[in-house]
Every structure is written in C-alpha cells, then in structure tokens.
Design a protein around this ligand. Structure first.
Ligand code: HEM
Ligand code: HEM
Length: 172
C-alpha cells in the first residue's frame, strides 16, 4: 500500500475526529454560532455554504471521474476531503439547531432526516475509500453493497433539501 494512502487515511481520520469535537462544542454552546450575519444566523450560512458546495461538487466529481486520462487518486481526494470539510459546515448548522434551548426548540423533520442520511453517506464513503484488503474482511463486508448505499444516498440529499429550504424559509 502506498504511503500517500496512509497519509490520506490519517488526515481523513483527524478530520473526522475534529468534526465530532467541533459539533459537540457547538451543540453544548461552548462555541456560539447563532449571531446574525445579514438575513440569517451564521449557523444557517454554514448550512447553506455546505449544501451549495456538495450540490455542485458531486456532479462535478461524477463527470471528472469519467474523463479520459482522469487522475483517479487526485479526483477522489478532491471528493473525499472537500465533502468532509463541507459536511463539517452542515454538521455545525445541525448541532446549532438540535442544541437550541427547550423554549425555542425546532420541530425536527427534514433537517434531521438529511443529517442522518449525510452522516451515513460520509461513513460509507470512508469505508469504501479505506477498505481493508484482507480476505477475511472482504468476506464479511460487501463493498459493492457499500458503494450502492453510498451512491444512492445522494438522492436523499437532492430530494429532501428542496423541502427543507422551503420549510426553513417559511414557504411551506
Ligand atoms: C444537508 C444540509 C442541512 C441539514 C442536515 C440541516 C439540518 C437542519 C435541522 C436538523 C434543523 C432543525 C429542524 C429540522 O429537523 O428540520 C434545521 C433547521 C433549519 N435549517 Fe437546515 N439543514 C441543512 C441545510 C439547510 C439550508 C441549505 C438552509 C437554507 C435556507 C437551511 C435553513 C434552515 C433553517 C432556516 C432552519 C430553522 C427552521 C425552524 O426554525 O423551524 N438548512 N436544519
Ligand atoms: C457527503 C457527501 C458525499 C456525496 C454526496 C457523495 C457522493 C458520491 C457519489 C454519487 C458517488 C458515485 C460516483 C460515480 O460512480 O459516478 C461517490 C463515489 C465515491 N465516494 Fe462519495 N460522496 C460523499 C462523500 C464521500 C466521502 C466523505 C468519502 C470518503 C471519505 C467518499 C468516497 C467515495 C469513494 C471512494 C467513491 C468511489 C469512487 C470510485 O471508485 O470511482 N465520498 N460518492
């Protein structure tokens, strides 16, 4: 296995742990992201930026990957690290919402569904990219199914986000 693959694994693992710590600190309001910037709270801006990035970068990845002479490693790095960073933005928006005080608690619905789908998407992307080559592991973990779950979950993102934004903006 190449050294760059080990470095990617380490970097992705550090990013995942940093995201979990960051999200926890936003949830218990040690880090406050609810200040207003223009028409929205900062935590909403993070949700919007993360969503726009993933909505554009995913089809871009699908096209780039299929180009003739495509550099697979570079393109997958862009896919993996880009999505992990912007998922952290979305996770901050999620944590700010579920950490709201009881007097002002949101009605959980489309946002919660999307967060669970995206967390599973990141986790299945991780297991796909860093799959073990050991024969025993390959027997108990089916990578084709994992890839199917990973690629299919993107539909939840594109379908549910429409209803979430309409609801968030008070239009439904
Ligand atoms: C994948 C991306 C996103 C996730 C996981 C997410 C997650 C959440 C969650 C869990 C809530 C609490 C209510 C609920 O469960 O529906 C929420 C509320 C909210 N979200 Fe998002 N969100 C995302 C993207 C966005 C975007 C792009 C916007 C842009 C307008 C947005 C705007 C809002 C607003 C305004 C609320 C507050 C609604 C209320 O107070 O009832 N979110 N979000
Ligand atoms: C959270 C947002 C993400 C979305 C929406 C997403 C979406 C997708 C889609 C649609 C594909 C299928 C592409 C195709 O076959 O044309 C794919 C492939 C893949 N994704 Fe993700 N992904 C996300 C995050 C991640 C993360 C965080 C990782 C790694 C840690 C990852 C690793 C992979 C890998 C390894 C492939 C297979 C590439 C190949 O072998 O050709 N993804 N992803």
């Amino acid at each position: 296995m190449k050294i760059s693959h080990h470095l990617d694994f380490m970097l992705a693992s550090i990013l995942a742990v940093a995201t979990i710590i960051f999200v926890f600190l936003v949830y218990n309001r040690t880090i406050v992201l609810s200040f207003i910037v223009g028409p929205f709270r900062f935590s909403h801006w993070l949700g919007i930026i993360g969503t726009v990035y993933i909505a554009i970068a995913t089809p871009l990845f699908v096209v780039l990957k299929r180009r003739f002479h495509a550099d697979w490693t570079r393109i997958v790095r862009f896919h993996m690290f880009g999505n992990m960073v912007f998922f952290a933005f979305i996770a901050a928006h999620f944590a700010a919402q579920v950490g709201r005080p009881p007097s002002n608690y949101p009605e959980l619905g489309t946002g919660l569904a999307m967060f669970l789908a995206m967390a599973l998407q990141v986790a299945s992307g991780f297991t796909q990219r860093f799959r073990s080559q050991r024969a025993a592991f390959k027997k108990i973990f089916n990578y084709k199914t994992n890839m199917f779950i990973h690629a299919s979950l993107v539909m939840v993102f594109y379908l549910v986000i429409v209803f979430h934004v309409l609801h968030g903006l008070g239009l439904t």
